[in-house]
Design a protein around this ligand. Sequence first.
Ligand code: G6P
Ligand code: MG
Length: 216
Amino acid sequence: MSRFEAAIFDLDGVLVDSAKAHFAAWRRLADELGIRFTERDNEALKGVDRMGSLRMILDLGGRGFDETEMVALATRKNGYYLEAVAHMSPADQLPGAEDLVRSAKAAGLRCAVASASRNAPLLLDRAGLAPLFDYVADAGAVARGKPAPDIFLACSDALDAPPAACLAFEDAAAGIDAIIAAGMFAVGIGDPLVLGRARVVYRETAAVDLAALLSA
Ligand code: G6P
Ligand code: MG
């Protein structure tokens, strides 16, 4: 029998193909502000919440804004993002995502989503994945964002599974650090050079070998 009782999934870049839409929306805003922002810069923003991401971009350009302007800029970016995901559907699930969650449930694991995105419930709904989850953490309700462990711990609490019995999946370095800080088993989805601190890294969601993880 596996020591795992629960599986916790990041959303953007693990279950749904929305990481590109976040990048495009930030790049559009950065262009408007005259800040050079590359795909490489974007890697550090993955998993980081909206205001934290904005601060990182403004730092890149050495720009400072007051709090009211910052909120307006973050709202503008979110408008661009919502435009980009307006037509999102189950076709935007990442390959293997629904199968992975269904297999985890079939193996008796309780399943949750730990996304820094305040748009997570909307995306899960559009992607047709919402009914599969026992719990979706509210990114707006956790005290500290990734790399702090808070959102993963909120999931293990809600699922009533001790952290050591949770398998957690992430495509972002900040997310892997959050999982490790929570005391959970970290599975990276993406580039092993970026996600090297994870216990196991798979190139893509479709490559995850759940049976192997359950016996880890
Ligand atoms: C996820 C993404 C980030 C995004 C963050 C906040 O963690 O990886 O790129 O900035 O969510 O998303 P939101 O939809 O709340 O702006
Ligand atoms: Mg992600």
